[in-house]
Design a binder for this molecule. Structure first.
Ligand code: SF4
Ligand code: SF4
Ligand code: FES
Length: 369
């Protein structure tokens, strides 16, 4: 193949500029990789394209209709336009139609999470004065699961939640159900998620662009909106995988010391967990401010009763105890057991204490068995 044929086979044009693409990429992939902004709602880089929302339409020379860039494979020599009056008119009309049976900004705020549809409609100056239609999509108000709330009125049927549940979780607990204006997201027989194969991973909440799937507790507890919370990146401590998560903290909560309102996952593609979390990482955060939580060291007094101590006192007592056993019975009388729930650095330090500080190879970690 000549150089010219090779370059024709691997480039397309977007807005008059030539870009190289890789096999399997869509027009949207090429645009995003090159910093060209194309609005999307049903796109999630973890999922197969669905072409459901039609916000990412572009013009492709020779094509009669506007094409969904998220679902159109990049093809050699294609000439793509991502912005012009026709696309703008289409997008405004589309978003205006979505708004006719969608909650307004005030109602949407009750979901405590951002609504990308409303943000996009505002930035595109979509019409907001068209008559309202009654939403016919049924919700599941009786679902007694403790974490996930579904508001069908805010649902735009982009199917990100169902595709996530199928393609990432391989669980298929939720599905598109019903016909026409009554189409909604449902479970088998409309059961509670607790009575389905749902693993309560919360990935459907994370991927939902409008807050139709949202976390229950911030809503029922009347917490602040996500926009008023501060995100603090940390490593999940429930297992040794090391998923990154964002604590959403209300700085004024907990008497001004800060209160974790919820946990969200970082953007897909930015950390090793790729935007995914398990039920514990995403929802088991109430222990943080639980009154039973041990937040300082305890040591036993002469009567065997646990008393509050400083870290210096506690570490000193620990060292004295370990060295006392070593002196009386030898280093191999001691053994150290670590946990796969610790980080690799913590596990390294346990074996370092065992071997270097005490002098025994009696060190084990639960994942080694
Ligand atoms: S929580 Fe996870 S498993 Fe359950 S419906 Fe949502 S995506 Fe599916
Ligand atoms: S609940 Fe959210 S993610 Fe699921 S289809 Fe509706 S808008 Fe899309
Ligand atoms: S993002 Fe392309 S159709 Fe929804």
């Amino acid at each position: 193949m000549t150089d010219m044929q090779n370059s024709v086979a691997t480039t397309l044009e977007i807005n008059g500029q030539s870009y190289v693409f890789h096999p399997g990429e869509t027009v949207l992939n090429v645009a995003q990789r090159n910093g060209i902004d194309i609005p999307t709602l049903c796109h999630d880089p973890r999922l197969e394209p669905a072409g459901a929302c039609r916000t990412c339409l572009v013009e492709i020379e020779g094509a009669r209709r506007l094409m969904p860039s998220c679902a159109t494979p990049a093809s050699a020599g294609a000439k793509v336009t991502s912005e012009n009056a026709r696309i703008d008119r289409h997008r405004k009309t589309l978003l205006g139609l979505y708004l006719t049976d969608h909650p307004d900004a005030k109602k949407s705020k009750e979901r405590r999470t951002t609504n990308q549809l409303l943000e996009m409609a505002e930035s595109c100056s979509a019409p907001t004065h068209w008559p309202n239609l009654t939403n016919l999509r049924p919700s599941r108000p009786g679902d007694r699961n403790p974490y996930i709330d579904f508001d069908a009125e805010a649902c735009i049927l982009c199917a990100r939640c169902t595709r996530y549940c199928d393609e990432v979780e391989s669980v298929s607990a939720i599905t598109l159900a019903g016909r026409a204006a009554e189409t909604t997201i449902s479970t088998a027989d409309g059961r509670s998620l607790l009575d389905t194969s749902c693993e309560l991973c919360g990935g459907c909440i994370d991927t939902c662009p409008t807050g139709a799937m949202a976390e229950k507790r911030p809503i029922t507890r009347g917490e602040k909106h996500e926009e008023e919370l501060t995100k603090v990146r940390t490593t999940c401590n429930f297992c040794g995988v090391g998923c990154q998560l964002d604590l959403n903290v209300d700085p004024d909560g907990n008497d001004g010391t800060g209160k974790v309102i919820k946990v969200t996952s970082p953007e897909p593609g930015t950390t090793s967990n790729d935007g995914n979390l398990c039920v514990k990482g995403r929802f088991a955060y109430d222990f943080i401010h639980h009154t039973d939580r041990l937040t300082y060291p305890l040591v036993r007094d002469e009567n065997g009763q646990l008393q509050r101590a400083t870290w210096e006192e506690a570490l000193k007592r620990t060292a004295e105890g370990l060295l006392g056993v070593k002196e009386a019975h030898g280093a191999d009388a001691l053994a150290f057991v670590s946990s796969s729930r610790c980080t690799i650095e913590e596990n390294y330090l346990v074996q370092k204490i065992s071997r270097a500080a005490i002098g025994t190879n009696n060190v084990h970690q639960c994942a080694a068995t």
